[in-house]
Design a protein around this ligand. Structure first.
Ligand code: ATP
Ligand code: MG
Length: 477
């Protein structure tokens, strides 16, 4: 891993007035003071940094108060007395101040008993060596690196490792297991062997962590550049089985009559990475991860047809709400979107497998509405066949589908389809109450438009309605 040098990092810190002021305030209070954790890690990596953490061996709150007063930012100060921390907003960032602490854990909670501690104590309680580096801000030692666990080497080598015994670190706060996989995925790092073994042996401890926090880490994994890595790690250590059993169940191949189906887990991850390279949309990524989640429930083998997964799109769509509920993911239109994409993911493939007709494309546009572009992205990502000819066939036909989608949308505006003659109008014209005939007339008009028999306009729809009504023995009032 190409890192910035310590000199470069210190010069970046030195350019920020705030760090000097913090150092002077700490000097006056008689505290040792460091910028620490993720901020330091990201500086070495040259990664955009989120928030700044300041650790003082003393009172974090007093340091923050003094800093806010000195810089005339008392308005931007928030004190969290219960946690012994304080924050100051600074040019769109948050500077968080905390006193060095020592933590001790009880078995059934990730919330430690916290006491004031030394620099050592504070570094010992951190999750990974790459997150346990600090740079001193006191004037005399400004820019001195504190790195008790050789985090800089690990950063250079691309290794995630806990500072202390990983069994203790993970058992104390099992959320660190999710963070471990998440950092390995975001940074494309390798999880050290001993640390990985501790993931395996402590996996059951994840049960004491709130679902919201687990899901937050899953979302961060999904939003990484190559999310598949995180899911492979989660699967290998056994955490996936515990937090997302429906996806873990996709793993494996089965053999019958010398025929094997492809491993749906690895296929899904490939689709996920493909989607991730095309779109930042978290929900499209969830749809990619879950698109085949219905397959294990409808897997069947017949000597003539081989392996089949009939209706897996439909079954998968039905599984999405229970997964979203359990994971405490939003159950609003974002869940509906994922459901819809999972439910429709076979449609463009079915269309592209044959001669692409206008009518099929129009119906797809009608069902997918504004999400049709995302659906196409998902389906194009779903072509992971190793058969080059077949792949090319689909890619060509998807281009035709996309072109037709564009042409038809321009011409017929199906995306947000509203029937040009609606139920109200039908009932008024024929003096009907809601009844079967109204439904028949509406369906006839919709089908005629989607099949391209008539254009999507009022006059054509009206004429067709009249003709159909006559055949049904209806006459206008
Ligand atoms: P990101 O902001 O990308 O999530 P980060 O490393 O900055 O990464 P934060 O949650 O902001 O993570 O935490 C800041 C620092 O606090 C970490 O770098 C780490 O040193 C420490 N830390 C955070 N959470 C834990 C934890 N659960 N156990 C031990 N140390 C932690
Ligand atoms: Mg952070």
């Amino acid at each position: 891993m190409q890192l910035l040098s310590l000199g470069e990092v210190v010069s970046k810190i030195s350019q920020q007035e705030a760090f000097h002021v913090i150092g002077q305030v700490a000097d006056r209070l008689g505290y040792d003071c460091y910028v620490i954790g993720g901020y330091v890690r990201d500086l070495f990596l040259g990664r955009p940094t989120a928030d700044i953490d300041i650790m003082v061996v003393g009172s974090g709150i007093r340091t923050a108060e003094e800093f806010a007063r000195q810089t005339g930012r008392t308005q931007a100060l928030s004190v969290f007395a219960n946690f012994g921390t304080a924050q100051v907003k600074w040019h769109g960032m948050e500077i968080e101040f905390v006193g060095a602490r020592r933590e001790s854990y009880s078995h059934d909670s990730r919330k430690p008993i916290v006491e004031d501690g030394t620099l050592e104590d504070d570094l010992n309680r951190r999750d990974f060596t790459i997150n346990a580096m600090g740079i001193c801000l006191n004037e005399e030692k400004f820019g001195m690196l504190v790195d008790h666990f050789e985090g800089l080497y690990d950063l250079e080598d691309g290794i995630i490792r806990t500072p202390l015994d990983p069994d203790v670190t993970f058992s104390d706060d099992p959320l660190r297991m999710m963070r471990c996989v998440r950092f390995a995925t975001q940074l494309n790092f390798f999880i050290d062997e001993e640390t990985f073994d501790a993931l395996i042996s402590n996996r059951e401890r994840i049960k004491i962590i709130s679902q919201e926090r687990i899901t937050q880490e899953l979302n961060k994994i999904l939003l990484s550049k190559n999310p598949s890595k995180g899911f492979v790690d989660l699967e290998r250590c056994g955490l996936l089985e515990l937090i997302l059993p429906e996806v873990a169940a996709l793993e494996g191949k089965e053999m019958r009559n010398k025929q094997s189906h492809k491993d749906i887990f690895f296929h899904s991850l490939q689709v996920l990475d493909n989607v991730a390279h095309k779109s930042d949309n978290l929900w499209l990524r969830w749809a990619a991860l879950l698109h085949d989640v219905g397959k294990p429930r409808c897997k069947a083998f017949s000597p003539t047809a081989g392996w089949t997964f009939h209706n897996h799109d439909f079954i998968g769509e039905k599984m999405v709400p229970s997964i979203f509920h359990r994971l405490k993911l939003p159950t609003d239109e974002r869940m509906k979107y994922v459901k819809k994409l999972v439910g429709l993911h076979m449609r463009p493939i079915a269309i592209a497998d044959e001669v692409v007709t206008d009518s099929a494309v129009r119906r797809l546009l009608f069902d997918a509405g504004n999400d049709v572009d995302d659906l196409m992205t998902l389906c194009e990502s779903d072509i992971t066949s190793r058969n080059e000819l077949r792949k090319q066939h689909f890619i060509r036909n998807f281009q035709i589908v996309r072109q037709k989608l564009k042409d038809i949308e321009e011409k017929d505006r199906i995306r947000n389809f509203q029937p040009p003659v609606d139920g109200e109008e039908i009932m008024r014209i024929f003096g009907l109450k809601p009844c079967r005939e109204v439904g028949l007339l509406k369906a006839r008009i919709k089908d005629a438009i989607l099949d391209g028999e008539i254009p999507n306009d009022h006059d054509a729809a009206y004429a067709l309605m009249m003709e159909t009504a006559r055949n049904l023995g209806l006459s206008p009032q």
